[in-house]
Design a protein around this ligand. Sequence first.
Ligand code: ADP
Length: 663
Amino acid sequence: MTGDLTARDAIPLLTLKGVGRTYNVGDSETRVLRDVDLEIHEGDFLAILGPSGSGKSTLLNLLALLDRPTVGKYHVNGDDVTGLGERQRDALRSDMFGFVFQASHVMTEESSARNVALGLRIQGLGHREREKRIRPALERVGLIHRTDAPGKNLSGGERQRLALARALATNPKVLFADEPTGNLDVANTKRVIDELRSLNAQGMTVVVITHDPAVAAAARSQVTIVDGVLVQSTEKRASSSWNSHAIKPDVADPTASVPSGRKPGHWQGVVDDVYDALTALTSRTGRTILLIIAFMLGSGGLVLSVGLSQTASAQVSERLARAALDELQVSLSASGSQAYDSSGTTPSDQRNRIEGLDGVVDVGLRYDMASKDLKPSRFQPGLAVHEPTFAGSLLAVDSHYLELNDVVVEPASALSLLDESFGKPVALVGRETAVRWGISAAGPDQKIWVAGQPVPVVGVIESPGRNQLLSDSIVMGIGDFRQPVLTDPMFIVRTVPGFPAPLSEAVPLALDAAHPEYFKVSTVADLRSLRRGVNTDLSVFIGVLSWVLLALACLSSATSMYLTVQTRRSEIALRRAIGTSRASIRRMFVFEGLLVGTGGGLAGGAAGMAALLVFCLQQGWTPVLGLEAVAMGVLAGAVTGVLAAMYPAISASRADPAQAIRG
Ligand code: ADP
């Protein structure tokens, strides 16, 4: 009796004084517990009995710091914990209490060992210490042969024993059990009762809610609640079987140093959160792959669009730099335009004069024609075929112009037809125009319409050489048109490299020594300012599209994660109940978003580069892509991944453990 007296005289482990709990549902108030006074001493085995709805779970939740009393005080080891903050309550639960609920709340995708480790992780124990505790706990409940089996493969009885192992591995001071045998058959019920008894015999305090007379009989003392009031308390002191010193919990005096938040092993905690996120992703592979693809399309598109504009810009720079060395363009100035009409000098005279100058290699002649007047079309105008207006270039040129631009025409013989079409108009079309208009190759049966006349297509410009505009163009011979259609000729002068500058002064004088001002000469160097404006329509389009795709990826990922939060409610509830902080729950989901987003971003970076390579191979361009563009793609994926996880993470962390455990 002396030992008992010592224990009884000591400060009770748990003390409720005048505790009440009221729920507000709509406008009405329900008092679920009233004026409860209760003392639980270290080493007690208390059964809480009472009809359904009488307030047993509410009482247990208050004792276990899963809920707060509306009135009254709660002391743990003599310290008032009624007003403790959320983090301290989380830490206290994790350090002092173990839980077994009617539903086992095991993590179905994780092994038994990982399930048992959960509480140990929350306590901040390192990997080695966890390993030391997992096996004995599983052995104790007879599940050692199921160590690696995922929770979903265990039977109901096994799951409940696993829940018990999870609780006892943390060596709690108090084990709370809410109808632990409610779903079990006779054999498993007996096993759980024996285990509770034996834990209590070793000094663990056990508080159990039960309807089961066998469980109630195992307890040392019982309280009964009716309508929220403690009506009866019986005590049987079978002292023979207990010895409060048999087990020494790790936590010596839990309230003496009420934990203040995260414990040591912070990095271990972060590693665990990442591991949890990875498990969540790998256990739902189909969903994960779809999400990664969504992020991949978005960030891959970004990388591709940046790559395209960088490549196109480099392409133009290179071409301009090359052209600046050996090209001049000569046209009539405004005053020259009028004078030219009356001078009687033909363009071919002028061409010969330029060609005669030193340093000139070749001279090509080009007229830009107005599409809006000549209305080129694929089909005969007036037929009821609706065609979009031709948006490419409509030119009249001589064969020199095409040659000095290094244009490749198929068939090559079409070039000479341009100069000598025997009075009949003929046309070459650019490859892009040909594709758009469904002209597979030049031939006698292929014709287009210009100025209301049929024009045979004698060749296709397969490669536009130095002038990209020729890809989408209709090119006709100069002889096919007369004034006034052809006004303002432009001479393209190919020079020996380095000659554009001196020739730019010599050409106007050679053309008209009296009126050099009639002519305007520009070197390509003058056009360099154009470089700034280079931004292909394609890359702008892909850029916009990829932001839209990223937004969609973000949205679908958020939705999917939110749905996952719903399906993992039970697991999240358990994590919260056994002491996982809200921050840790948030981290778990944010890491999940980060991993999916970064994975998608990396895949997108690779896919974007591959797409750029294929595109450039097709165009014959040299791909240019700064590494920072790839990094941006990955970053965009990661950031949108995290953004997508925000709402689900917050919503998961908000779950109130007491409510969530009820389901
Ligand atoms: P028991 O465990 O004895 O079956 P509970 O403690 O679960 O009883 O519930 C006691 C009463 O409190 C019940 O009438 C229940 O409906 C009510 N109750 C429990 N939780 C809430 C809540 N969050 N909001 C409103 N009423 C609640």
